[in-house]
Design a protein around this ligand. Structure first.
Ligand code: GUN
Length: 296
């Protein structure tokens, strides 16, 4: 079988267009412009690239973008004071604090100081609890993007066997919760899982989110399975820098029914879902109906 390629770049463009339409409607009918505040502490080059890209796309869909760039040695007190100000600013509907933070800042404390209703990353402990109990929450962007692609490809996921490889708070655990919410039978596998190849071979849906280049080879994939590759790993091959996923794409594509490429798969969906979450947060804050198809 040669896998169908799930084009995350095209899908993300479609999601952003939907968001832009809804934002235009909100402005016209309600005089409201959604606003997203992004806080970056320090000068980590990868984080700077992400933050720039988020700011650009926020403006492109017609939202207000507020960027706060703080010195690497900013105190916890000053960072918490900024978050408090953003929590109380009615023009700000979403707040994202770019991770990782410098070592002297307590990430859990900082994330949990964000108003859960404005926590467009879905990392606040209240949102984690709401998602885990099947209640309305803000959902982490990368797993939300994966879910949207799976629903688009399959329609219903009910009864499917899903294996999530990786147990991070940002991707693995919320992904498993979302798949469970769509009535999959879910296994979370990780580095200590016994017989990992056999566990993955049982799956109709494989979500790989371990952060290890090409860790999942094609012969772990069941014929016809859908493979969602969350990994973005920079490697050097044949003297060239290359981006690869957590799945060995070439061999997996020979067995899978459908697969996301790297780059151009899950990656672009993350920012699209951040914009979708900001729109959702804005609608909720103003007691307006939520945008259809853009939430879990
Ligand atoms: N750093 C890398 N990915 C993310 C993300 O999705 N959200 C935040 N806040 N920081 C990140």
């Amino acid at each position: 079988m040669v896998a169908q390629v799930i084009d995350g770049k095209a899908f993300a463009a479609k999601v952003r267009a939907q968001v832009a339409d809804q934002v235009a409607k909100l402005k016209e009918e309600n005089g409201i412009t959604p606003g997203l505040a992004v806080v970056l502490v320090g000068e980590d080059p990868a984080s700077q690239v992400y933050v720039r890209s988020k700011g650009k796309m926020t403006v492109e869909v017609g939202m207000n973008s507020y960027e706060h760039k703080l010195d690497v040695d900013t105190s916890e007190k000053d960072l918490l004071a900024l978050i408090d100000k953003l929590n109380n600013d009615p023009a700000v509907h979403g707040i994202l604090v770019q991770l990782p933070l410098p070592k002297h800042l307590n990430e859990d404390l900082v994330i949990n100081s964000i108003d859960p209703a404005k926590d467009v990353d879905g990392f606040h402990i209240s949102n984690v609890g709401l998602l885990g109990t099947g209640q309305k929450s803000m959902v982490p962007c990368t797993p939300l993007g994966c879910l949207m692609m799976l629903r688009d490809h399959h329609g219903s996921l009910s009864g499917m066997d899903a294996v999530v490889v990786g147990r991070s708070n940002i991707v693995g655990k919320p992904m498993a919760q979302l798949l469970l919410g769509d009535s999959c039978t879910v296994t979370i596998a990780h580095s200590r899982t016994k017989d990992l190849p056999d566990v993955v071979r049982r799956a109709d849906i494989v979500v790989a989110a371990v952060g290890r280049p090409e860790m999942v080879p094609g012969d772990w994939i069941k014929e016809g399975a859908t493979v969602i590759d969350v990994g973005i790993n920079r490697i050097e091959r044949d003297g060239k820098n290359k981006l690869v996923g957590d799945v060995d794409y070439a061999s997996a594509a020979e067995r899978a029914g459908a697969i996301t490429p790297v780059p151009g798969g899950v990656g672009p969906m993350t920012i699209a879902c951040l914009l979708a979450n900001t729109l959702t947060a804005c609608c909720r804050a103003n007691k307006l109906p939520e945008p259809e198809g853009l939430t879990a």
